[in-house]
Design a protein around this ligand. Structure first.
Ligand SMILES: NC(=O)c1ccc[n+]([C@@H]2O[C@H](COP(=O)([O-])OP(=O)(O)OC[C@H]3O[C@@H](n4cnc5c(N)ncnc54)[C@H](OP(=O)(O)O)[C@@H]3O)[C@@H](O)[C@H]2O)c1
Length: 181
């Protein structure tokens, strides 16, 4: 199963790509610029040479061709990025990891998008996909510490649906237990 990451050049997307590759999944780092994706991929392979056979790069359209696609752009571009790649995403599982946050002074404040969540907004933009919300509370630094297990995993949720985490965990027991919220 190939996993594509749109906006995979940022800290969250590239750390997730490295973590997924470290447990054997082929990943494609996507970007609006294929050159930036190549730089991100080269940086990753420089740090973890063992990942080289599993990590490739492309533009976001190339990453959207994968079997499962993660959207790792800032929250306010997640839906438009999905929509731009709607044809390639058709019928697939699309993971939304964006947090809708704004900085107010020294802290981040959550925003509630009109449909209730970023994932619901993405789902409305690509209605023929199955959008799940996941990984919001996994800091990129923790994801990128490949030698250490992840101690916390968000519950997987579908907008308007139940939890998908237990089903995913049955399929891949290498996923850590969920922390229910
Ligand atoms: N950082 C964390 O610890 C963390 C943890 C959990 C969840 N998240 C969530 O994961 C998402 C990514 O986080 P991040 O810190 O990696 O974010 P980021 O660095 O701000 O953005 C990630 C990538 O998105 C692309 N991008 C930026 N603006 C865009 C736009 N207007 N349209 C399309 N693509 C755009 C850029 O890639 P290109 O320029 O190469 O296209 C950028 O490298 C966020 O929604 C965040 O809330 C972050």
């Amino acid at each position: 199963m190939r996993i594509g990451i749109l906006g995979g050049t940022g800290p969250a997307g590239s750390a997730l790509a490295a973590r997924l590759a470290s447990i054997g999944y082929p990943v494609v780092i996507g970007s609006r610029s294929k050159y930036r994706a190549m730089e991100a991929r080269d940086g990753m392979v420089g740090k973890w040479p063992d990942l080289e056979p599993l990590v490739s790069y492309g533009d976001n359209a190339g990453a959207a061709e994968c079997d499962v696609v993660v959207i790792a752009t800032p929250w306010d571009s997640a839906a438009t990025t999905a929509q731009e790649n709607a044809a390639a995403l058709d019928g697939k599982v699309v993971v939304s990891m964006a947090n809708a946050l704004v900085r107010v002074g020294h802290e981040f404040q959550p925003l509630v998008p009109p449909r209730g969540s970023v994932a619901a907004h993405v789902q409305a933009a690509v209605p023929h996909c199955r959008v799940v919300a996941a990984f919001h509370h996994l800091p990129a630094t923790e994801l990128g510490h490949l030698g250490e297990p992840i101690r916390r995993l968000d519950l997987w949720r579908r907008p308007g649906g139940g939890s998908d985490h237990q089903r995913h965990r049955r399929q891949d027991p290498r996923l850590p237990p969920a922390r229910c919220r």
